[in-house]
Every structure is written in C-alpha cells, then in structure tokens.
Design a binder for this molecule. Structure first.
Ligand code: SAH
Ligand code: SF4
Length: 462
C-alpha cells in the first residue's frame, strides 16, 4: 500500500509508545517529544525530489548500484549469516570470513571488495569475480525538515516497478530512535478496500537483497560523509509496514529480518523489528516457528461482516482463526528477551464505517483474552478512496472507550508533514511523471495549434 506510508511510519512510532498530543484546531497529531531531531543537513534537506546515488563517497573503486539482474555473480547483500558461511565454505574458505564480510557490507556500507582491508588481496580478487554487493537503485529521495526521510527504489523495468521506504526519527525516554518502514513486495494482491497499494495490484515479490537493501540505504544515508572507520549503525527500529504483505513473501522477508537481528549486520533487538500482517493465518504459525520478532495485526474491524469487506483475506481466515493464531504466536516461549509479549492491533479509523461505540464494544470483547496493544490509525486518504478519515473527536472517544476497558490504546502520529503531500503518492508521482509530461506536451501543442489557427483567421480577416 502506498498511501499509508505516513500512517505506517507513525504506527512504528506508536508501536514504540511515543507520547502524542492532538492539535484539535489543525486536526494534526504530533509527537510531544518532537525531537524531530536529526535535522537533515542543509545539503540534504530539500523540498524537491532529488536523484540520488547511494555510492559511497569514500569508495576507492565505485561500482554501479543498478540492479544487475543479468550479472551472474552472487549478490552478497541479501545473504544471511548461514548462507554467507555456506558461500565461503563453498569456495574453499573459512567460515569466519562470513562475519568479516557482513560487517563490511552492513556496518561500514562497503560495496567494493577492495576496501575490505582485513581480507587478503588474493581473496578480494576472487570475490570480485564471484560476487557483488548491489543495493537496490534509488531513483528519488526526499528529506523532510522534521527529519523524516523517504526513498523511492526502482526494482525492475517500467513505472510499476517502484517501491518506497520511509524513515522516521524520534526522541523518547529510551533515547533517539530511527524507525524504518520497509516494503516487502511491489504492490499487493490482497486488495484491502482502504489501501492504495492494494489498488495497484500485485507486481512481484522483493528479493532478500531488495528488502535488506532498503535498510542498507537508509543506514548509509547518515554515513555519506563519515570516514569508513567511523561509520556506525543508525537504524534502531524496523517495521515491515511498507508496500506488500510480508507473510506472502515469507522466505525473503524472514532472511532479511534475520539480517536485521544479526550482530554482524544491523544488530537490532527482537522487539524492535515488527512484522505487520493482514492475517495470513497459516504463515503466522510458520513465522512463530522460524523467528522471534514483534507482531502487528492489521485488524481494522471487530466483526467478520465488516472485516470481509475491508480486508478481503478475512473471508478465508476469519477473525476467530486470526485471533487464535495471534494467541499461538505469543504463546511460544521466546524467553526473557522475546518480542512475543503482546501483539499490536492496528485499526484504521474510517469515518462512519468502523468507528462507532458499538465497534469499540465488539473490539473489547474480541480482544479481551489476547495480550494486545491497540493502535488507532487515522485513515490516510488517496484519490478515489471510498472512505473518509474519522474526526479527531470520534477517534478520541473510541480511544477512551478502549482505554477505560483496560487496553493500552494509542493514536498514530503524523510526521514528515512537509513531504506528506508526497507521502504514499510519491511512487504514484514518479510513475505518473511521463504521462503528466505527455499530457502537458499535448496541451501545449493544442494551445499552439489554436494560436496558429487564430493568427491565420486574423490575418485572413485583415
Ligand atoms: N500488508 C501488511 C503490511 C503493509 S500495510 C498489512 O496489511 O499489515 C501497513 C499498515 O498500513 C496496515 O495496518 C494497513 O492496514 C495500513 N494502511 C493501509 N492503507 C491505509 C490507509 N489508507 N490509511 C491508513 N492506514 C493504512
Ligand atoms: Fe494494503 Fe491490505 Fe496489502 Fe496490507 S495487505 S499492503 S493493507 S492491500
């Protein structure tokens, strides 16, 4: 879904319990700790969409960051630790090379083997022949004055092959956070009625390299001018809330999340990596078997009749099954550090559709035995959307009803306001650009034709 990028990024905020306030006059929700810190540097801050190449300024030998789909060399960017070890063992090298190379790639942002100073020259040459490190191609980036950053990646040919990634910085009592909202697919097959990604249909799954590459690029965006030896990891949280349904691209998503958690890569804590799903029940069980990360369920309706309409996958896996699967997910013993203490329930607030007191009552009943926190998301409208956003008053009273019933219930915040116009529509704008240009050209030509006709009529009349 494209439109809801602000929503998702802010969901990430509320998932982490950022305090919020509501400005009743403007209708905007803002973070109280608006440490929209991390102001983009002057050179970086821009209102215009700029073309950007993620090539390292310190790279001795730069390589192209284009998607080299016909390049037979293995792209090491998307390999998990295990796969990287297999790769090195497969070429007759020791396993420990895997950790070394992973650190160069993910922590120092190196895309060129020549810079890997603790690897012998001979091995570097071999690697050059056998492997590559290729992040997805950034076609546009947009850095907001409040610190929000957004990237558009091209992951194939044609206008439909674009994905978005959004980064939201914030300060809270645990320190500075940089939360990245990552896409898992180009488009989405599930067609939720309030989601603009769903309206685009499904194009294709992203590869592990394309998924983790979004984290790589975001991380590197803070390291562009930092010398190699001083580079650090900057992303603190990842939410799989970008385009696509992550559980329908299971293996690549799990591989990428393993890299997010790996100390040789991004070293994030389990609780700071969140997978959001609309409820692909069988895959939820598989997720529980394979990895311990935080879970968000896009619920949006408290009864099957309404949910069938809003989230069509509900017709296949109705609420009772979904809630039971969520309960199984958190029932797995993940130990003290586990991310499986509760699930986050996402609930988009659609004016007059799912925001009545009766819906809140049903929600309370539905969730009363599920350890959960509820995140209310003001609907993000998009062109031709069949819904409106619930009023602030309605959202607040819905929230109060749930809080009074004992739930932790937050309302998502809006960030990156100065790029909000583009938020979610950025991909649309990029994709539209040619058609717009064509339309504009046609208009100019029409006007010129009319002028010429007018001139010739005038001349004849003279
Ligand atoms: N497919 C997954 C993850 C991507 S969608 C899922 O559905 O959970 C991430 C979140 O954005 C979901 O909670 C989704 O319901 C929400 N969302 C989609 N469209 C939205 C819109 N127009 N306004 C607000 N939130 C939206
Ligand atoms: Fe959008 Fe639904 Fe797909 Fe999530 S599952 S991206 S909300 S269409």
């Amino acid at each position: 879904m494209t439109e809801a990028f602000a929503a998702r990024s802010a969901q990430a905020e509320t998932a982490l319990q950022a305090p919020i306030t509501s400005d009743s006059q403007s209708g905007q929700h803002t973070l109280t700790a608006s440490a929209d810190s991390e102001p983009a540097s002057e050179a970086q801050a821009t209102d215009a969409v700029t073309v950007y190449s993620p090539v390292q300024p310190h790279s001795a030998n730069r390589i192209s960051t284009q998607n080299l789909t016909d390049d037979p060399r293995t792209n090491l960017l998307g390999l998990t630790r295990e796969q990287m070890e297999d790769f090195f063992v497969g070429i007759g090298e020791k396993k420990f090379r895997a950790g070394q190379v992973m650190k160069w790639i993910h922590q120092y942002g190196v895309t060129n083997f020549v810079e890997m100073s603790n690897i012998s020259g001979k091995l570097r040459e071999r690697l050059e022949q056998l492997a590559r490190i290729t992040p997805p191609e950034v076609v546009h980036r947009h850095y907001s004055a409040d610190g929000t950053r957004k990237w558009v990646f091209r992951v194939g040919e044609g206008a439909g092959s674009l994905i978005e990634t959004v980064l939201i910085p914030a300060e809270d009592k645990t320190g500075s956070r940089k939360t990245l909202c990552v896409s898992s697919q180009v488009g989405c097959a599930l067609d939720c009625s309030f989601c603009s990604t769903g309206k685009q249909g499904f194009q294709r799954d992203l590869t592990p390299a394309e998924i983790i590459g979004q984290v790589w690029v975001a991380n590197q965006s803070y390291m562009e001018d930092v010398p190699l030896t001083e580079r650090t990891r900057t992303i603190t949280n990842v939410v799989m809330m970008g385009m696509g349904e992550p559980l329908l691209n299971f293996d690549p998503v799990v591989s990428a999340m393993r890299l997010m958690l790996d100390d040789f890569a991004y070293g994030l804590s389990k609780r700071r990596v969140t997978l959001s799903t609309s409820g692909v029940v069988p895959m939820l069980d598989r997720l529980g078997e394979e990895i311990d990360v935080a879970l968000a369920i896009s619920l949006h309706a408290p009864n099957d009749t309404l949910r069938d309409e809003l989230v069509p996958i509900n017709r296949k896996y109705p609420l009772r099954e979904l809630v039971a699967a969520a309960r199984r997910y958190i029932a797995r013993d993940g130990g003290l550090e586990s991310a499986r203490k509760h699930v986050t329930i996402e609930y988009v607030m659609l004016d007059g559709v799912n925001d009545h007191p009766e819906h809140a009552r049903q929600l309370i009943q539905l969730l009363k035995t599920l350890p959960s926190k509820i995140n209310l998301i003001p609907f993000n409208p998009f062109p031709h959307a069949p819904y409106g956003r619930s009023s602030n008053n309605r959202i607040r009273s819905f929230q109060k009803q749930l809080s009074d019933a004992g739930f932790v219930c937050t309302v998502r915040t809006t960030r990156g306001d100065d790029i909000d116009a583009a938020c979610g529509q950025l991909v649309g704008q990029v994709a539209d650009r040619t058609r717009r240009a064509e339309r504009w050209q046609e208009k100019v030509q029409r006007q010129q034709g009319e002028r010429q006709l007018h001139e010739s009529v005038k001349t004849r009349g003279d």
